[in-house]
Design a protein around this ligand. Structure first.
Ligand SMILES: [Zn+2]
Length: 100
């Protein structure tokens, strides 16, 4: 998932699901311990979601390993298939025009 809209939908859905589930448990006859545990799991889930979204947006720079070649490709939010293609392009010196 690479688009900002998809990330925003994921964040809103994760937050809303955690809030709704916590509210429903809180307003039921559940014990305070159960309510606290559900609220804690909702917070952990939200933290995990935020971390996943942050990693998804992180930049990755791949440099050519050939000595003397300055080619490097920086990817931000690239889909897995695109990451594989760009990594192969950056690390295979013969694919980006070098003759060394
Ligand atoms: Zn190269």
């Amino acid at each position: 998932m690479a688009s900002r809209t998809a990330d925003q939908i994921t964040l809103v859905a994760s937050t809303a699901a955690g809030a709704v589930i916590t509210y429903q448990v809180w307003t039921s006859d559940a014990s305070p311990f159960t309510t606290s545990a559900v609220a804690l799991f909702a917070l952990v889930n939200l933290a995990w979601t935020l971390d996943a979204l942050r990693r998804n947006q992180a930049k990755h720079t791949i440099a050519c390993p050939e000595p003397g070649c300055d080619v490097q490709i920086t990817m931000t939010g690239a889909k897995p298939a695109e990451q594989v293609r760009l990594t192969a392009l950056a690390t295979d010196h013969s694919r980006h025009g070098g003759t060394r």
